[in-house]
Design a protein around this ligand. Structure first.
Ligand code: HEM
Length: 187
């Protein structure tokens, strides 16, 4: 991906998820309130994962390290800014999962789990402040949806690269010829 493609992905993911500057402020404002509970959210996330037979093999021998990584990632969700650097970082995280051969549905499944856990937590933090609760829940939904779109794009890019490799192998066409044809076609 080049910078232009990252920029396009940023705008596209923002349109779908509806992440705004106000939400970024909301998330940053939540950081101190959520931080003391992040380890619990992470622990409960991995407890569920360990019960999923397809997920368990990816966790063996590295659970503590993964939990630490996961906590750091969660801190970034309540930090921002959600601009180009965040997109690049999350695309790279997506890519790490592609390379580790994690099934793509793990990404959406994980986000569903984490969203639920964070909503439950916010429900307790803002139990007497319904407006703040709605504002916080909306911001968390948007940023996790945004992040999911970016991480899944890594899977899509990898799928397209594999398709291209297959095409080149089947046709015997060189990569250079393909690139030349593709750029001529664009013009
Ligand atoms: C919302 C979902 C998830 C997020 C945000 C997330 C976050 C991360 C991050 C930040 C990294 C480190 C990337 C780096 O090296 O810089 C990572 C690595 C990894 N994650 Fe996830 N993860 C998610 C879901 C999962 C799930 C469901 C599994 C397995 C069931 C998993 C297994 C792994 C593995 C195996 C690595 C590579 C560890 C290594 O070998 O260094 N992740 N993840």
């Amino acid at each position: 991906m080049d910078d232009r493609e990252y920029e396009q992905l940023l705008q596209y993911a923002k349109q779908f998820s509806g992440v705004t500057e106000d939400m970024e402020n909301t998330l940053q404002g939540l950081y101190e309130r959520v931080k003391p509970h992040m380890a619990e959210v992470t622990d409960s996330f991995y407890t569920v994962l360990l019960d999923i037979p397809k997920a368990e093999p990816f966790l063996i021998d590295r659970l503590d390290a993964l939990k630490e990584t996961h906590n750091r990632w969660m801190e970034s969700v309540f930090s921002g800014p959600f601009e180009l650097d965040y997109v690049k970082a999350m695309y790279r995280v997506g890519d790490v999962h592609v390379k580790a051969e994690l099934p793509v549905e793990f990404m959406a499944g994980s986000m569903a789990l984490i969203t639920t856990r964070l909503h439950q937590l916010l429900g307790t933090i803002f139990k007497d402040e319904p407006e703040k609760l709605i504002e916080s829940v909306s911001a968390v939904n948007s940023i996790l949806g945004f992040t999911l779109m970016v991480m899944q794009q890594s899977y899509e890019s990898s799928r397209l690269a594999e398709e291209l490799e297959k095409f080149l192998k089947i046709t015997g066409m060189s990569r250079t010829l393909f690139d030349n044809l593709a750029s001529a076609y664009k013009e």
